[in-house]
Design a protein around this ligand. Structure first.
Ligand code: SF4
Ligand code: SF4
Length: 303
């Protein structure tokens, strides 16, 4: 073989293994991410979205073909053989009551593999954890009052179990696909994104919706909608955009076609740690001061 032929060998691509762990949720976060447009989900899974590095998804309960003990073995094998080198993406809340028995992934050798136990094992050995969606970030809807299954967000479970693996919260109900793909790209580049005080990347959650809302001029003029879908600011019909930090107004959803407020629905505050208990009733007016006074008296709050 000539030197020229040797030089034409393709460069080695570094693969980062990823496990997508399901918790208590509705799978809406997966559906949102599967609808990513630029890049598409196939680009994330098959291509080098960062030159020289790609993700190798080893486990996703909803879209993988495998099942049974064989796939539980994949989790065990990854945490042993790829210790400190794999990315853990968690979708859904973590049921912690009764030692986690309200949420199981399956059986291995006759023993229930609980979501709680799997998160503790996989989380301790991961390179980093992305808590995808409101539920895995802060508990979300499964943790809403009275929360009989003791659902919690990933960071809270880690804190209680002294697990120090870095966690990046990418909340939303569901989260925008760009928020996940951008966060993964940042990690593939070897950079931890800058986070705000509730663990979210500032790049996506750094601006108040109210500041960039196209209905802001109506708010300033006192022109308020009487019903969702009406023209005017949606504050009187429950909009939480005055306290919610996300770039929905600028990025928009469905490839820039629409988003909640443009469609005539108030913002429900779905990216905030207090969602849904303190941001509901969704269609009733609530002031920023009302929310803040609830936060200070709510000991469960992540803030
Ligand atoms: S619709 Fe919501 S975010 Fe927009 S101006 Fe009114 S209160 Fe603010
Ligand atoms: S506008 Fe509000 S409710 Fe809608 S996705 Fe953004 S943060 Fe969530």
């Amino acid at each position: 073989m000539t030197t020229k032929e040797n030089n034409s060998n393709p460069p080695t691509v570094k693969e980062i293994p990823a496990i997508w762990l399901p918790g208590a949720g509705c799978t809406g976060c997966s559906v949102s991410v599967l609808n990513a447009v630029s890049p598409k989900i196939k680009n994330l899974l098959l291509d080098e979205i960062v030159p020289g590095t790609k993700v190798s998804l080893l486990f996703h309960a909803t879209i993988m073909a495998g099942q049974g003990e064989m796939v539980i073995e994949v989790l065990k094998d990854t945490q042993k053989r790829k210790k400190g080198k794999y990315l853990l993406i968690v979708e859904g809340s973590i049921p912690t009551a009764e030692k986690g028995k309200y949420g199981t992934l399956g059986n291995l050798k006759g023993k229930h593999e609980t979501i709680l136990g799997s998160l503790k094992e996989l989380g301790s050995n991961a390179l980093a954890v992305i808590a995808l969606g409101a539920c895995s970030s802060y508990g979300g809807i499964p943790a809403a009052h009275p929360n009989p299954t003791g659902c919690k967000g990933v960071k809270e479970v880690f804190k209680e179990n002294s697990i120090e693996t870095p966690v990046i919260n990418v909340p939303g109900c569901p989260p925008h696909p760009d928020w996940l793909l951008g966060t993964i790209s940042s990690l593939l580049l070897g950079r931890m994104p800058e986070l705000d005080d509730v663990g979210r990347p500032k790049l996506f959650y750094g601006t108040l919706i109210h500041e960039n809302c196209p209905r802001r001029a109506d708010f300033d003029k006192g022109k308020f909608a009487k019903y969702p879908g009406d023209e005017g600011c949606l504050y009187q019909v429950g909009c939480k955009g005055h306290y919610t930090y996300a770039d929905c107004a600028l990025r928009q959803w469905n490839n820039g076609v629409n988003w909640c407020i443009k469609a005539g629905s108030p913002c429900l505050g779905c990216v905030e740690p207090e969602f849904p208990d303190l941001t509901s009733p969704f269609y009733e007016k609530i002031t920023t001061e009302d929310i803040k006074s609830c936060i200070t008296t709510n000991t469960q709050s992540t803030r």
